[in-house]
Design a protein around this ligand. Sequence first.
Ligand code: ARG
Ligand code: ASP
Length: 717
Amino acid sequence: MRKLILFFLISFFALRMAIADEGMWLPLFLNQYNIEDMQKKGFKLTAEDIYSVNKASMKDAVPIFGRGCTSVLVSEEGLLLTNHHCGYGQIQQHSSVENDYLTNGFWAMNKEQELPNPGLSVTFLVRMEEITEQLMENITPNMSETERNAIIKQKSNELMQKAVEGTHYSAKIKPFFLGNRYFLFVEEVFTDVRLVGAPPSAIGKFGGDTDNWMWPRHTGDFSVFRIYASKDNKPAAYSQNNVPYKPKKHLKISMKGVKEGDFTMVLGYPGTTQEYLPSMAVDLIEKIYNPHKIALRQKRIDIMTFEMDKNVAVRIQYAAKHAGASNAWKKWIGESRGLKRLNAVEKKKNLEAEFQKWAESTPELKAKYGTILEEYQKNYSELSKYQHVSNYIFEGIFSIEAISIARRIDVLTEFNENSTNEEISVQQKKLKEWSDDFFKDYYQLIDKQTFSSLIEMYSKNVDKKYQTATFEIIQNKYKGDFGKFTETVFEKSFLVSKTKFDQFVNQFSYKSVKKLKSDPIWQLFYEIKDLYLTQLDEKITNLQSEISILDRKYMQALMEMQPNKIFYPDANFTLRVSYGKVADYMPKNGVKYLPFTTIDGIIEKDNPEIYDYKVPEKLKQLYENKEYGKYGQNGEMNVCFAASNHTTGGNSGSPVIDAEGNLLGLNFDRNWEGTMSDIMYDPTQCRNITLDIRYALFIIDKFAGASHLINEMELVN
Ligand code: ARG
Ligand code: ASP
C-alpha cells in the first residue's frame, strides 16, 4: 500500500514537473511553475534574476526592438544587439549608391559617427501585473459579448491611467489564455536609438532566402545599435546633447560556447502562436489556406526571381520585396509539411474525443461545454467559405503592385466641388512623395505578369459569385485571355507609369475624379474592395467573434479537464521565457543534423556565381590564416547552433542565455522541419537557430576592426 501511495505521489509529481521544452512562459509565474524544472535542467540562477520589480533583472536588459523584434543590452553605455534582418530597414535607410551599407557593412568608429534613426524605438518592460479579477468584477456569465467588452474596455482604461499616473511610462493591457486572463504592462520607450554597426549582407544575410528557415545555417545575422537618453538617463527625442543610456542591467558575454545538451534559455517577445486551435481549424490551415496562399505567392516570387536574374538593377529594386514575400511563403510550406508529418489534425481529434467524453460526463459540464466542438465545426465550415475568398483577395488581388497603386491614390476620389485647394494640395504633396518612393523600386514588367497571373488564379479558384464585372469583361470581350486583357489595361491605365501618375496628381482637380474612376485598374480595385466590404467583411467579423467566444470557453474547459497540466499562454508579443537545450535532430530517416556549424561551412558554401553565397575576400583570408583570436576554440570558429527552445516570429534578436545568465548568442530563426511549432510543437523536430555570439564578436573585431566595441563589453570565461 505504501508503495502504491508513493507511486501515485511520484507520478503526480512527475506530471507536474515534466515540462517539455515546449512553452513560452510568463516571467511572473516562473517561481510557481518553472524554476524547479529549469534548475533541474541546469539553470543556476533564480526567477528574480530573470524578472523582478525590486532589483535589476534580465528583463531590464531585453527591450522590444522597433515593432517586431527583440534586442539585448551588452554594455554600460547602452550598446544594443539585435539581428541584421531586424535592423535591415535602418541599414537600408542610411544606404545610398556612394555609401552602400547593405552591401559593404557599416561601422561607427566613434560615437560621433553613430547614425540616428527617426521612427525607431526600443521598449522596456517596467513591470507587469495580473488584472483579471479587477476586469471581471462586474462581468456576469449571462452578459452579452458586447456588454462584456464594453465593461472590460472601460475598466482597462481606468487601470492603465492609474498605472502610469505622474510618470513618463506608458501602459497596455493584453488578454491571455484566449481571453480568460488579463495582464497589464507598464513600459518605458526610448526613441533615440542609433546605428553603430552592421556586417555586409554577404555575412549578415549569408545564404539569403535559399538558406532562410533552414538548418544547418551559417548566417551572421546581427547588427549593433546604441540607446541614447537625456542627461538624467530618461527617454528623450533625438538630440546631439543626449548621452548613451546607462541601463539598469546588461548581459555579460560567455566566451565558453555551448556543448550538446547544455541548458539554454531565450528571453524575448514572441509574436503570435495558436497552440489551442481545434482540429478543424488546423485542418483548414494545413490543407486549404496554406496551399492556396503558397501557390499565389509562389507565382509572385517566380516572376520576381525570373526578372531579377536577368537584370542587376531589378535585383536591387526587388530585393526587399522578394525577401519579404519569400519569408512567409517558405514558412507556410514548412508549416503544412510539419503539421502533416506530425499528424497534428489526428492528435487534436483524439484530444477532442477525450474532451467530448469528459464534457458529457456530468449534466453540469454538459450544459457548460457539451456543444463547444459542434459549434466550432459549424462556425469554421461557414467561415472557411468566406476566408478562402478573403485569402484570394489579400494574398492575390491586393498583393498586385498595380492594385496597391490604385489603393493608394483612392483618397483622391473623396474630393468634390466643396473641397478646398488647400485640402487637395496636401494630398498632392503626400502622393508625390509616395510616388517618388514607390516607383524607385517599381518594374512594370514584373507587375504586368503578376497582374495577369494572379487575376487568372482568382478567376479559377474563387466561386463565380465573387467574380466582379471585370471578370465578366475578360470572359466576354477577351474570350478569357488574361494576357491580352492585361496588355490592354496596362496600356490604358495611367497608374502604372510614374510620369503619367505624377502628371495626373499634379493636374488634379475635383473634376479629375471622373477620370480616375474610369481607370480600369482603379475599377478592379474598387470592385474587389466593394465586394469585400459588402459581402465578406461583416460575415467574417461575426464568425470570428463567435469563434473567439468558443476559444475562451474551450481553453477554460481544457484547463478544467487537465488540472495537473501546466498550460502556457499563446504568444502575444509580451515578454516570455523559453528554455531547452542545445540539441541535434533527425530531419528524415537516416539523417542526423549536428547542432553546431562552423566557418568551414561558410567556405564550403562559397560560390562567387551565386549571389546568396558570395563570401567576402576578407573573411576568406581570416579563415585561411585561422585568425580567430580569442573567439575561436580548438582551431574552429563556431557560427550558429540549434536548440530546443520554443520560439516564434518576434523572438528574432532575443538573447540566448546560458545557465549562469550570460549571453551565448542571438536567436534569429527556426528550422524548416519545425515551423509548425506555432500550431503544434514537436520536441523531436522543433529547433530555434542561434547566432553564436563569438562569431558576431569575431566579425566586429577581426573583420571590421571595431575592437572599441568589444572593449565596452564584459567577456567571461
Ligand atoms: N526567417 C526569419 C524570420 O522569420 C527571417 C530571416 C530574414 N531573412 C531572409 N532571407 N528573408 O523572420
Ligand atoms: N525569424 C523570426 C523573427 O524574425 C524568428 C522565427 O520565426 O523563428 O522573429
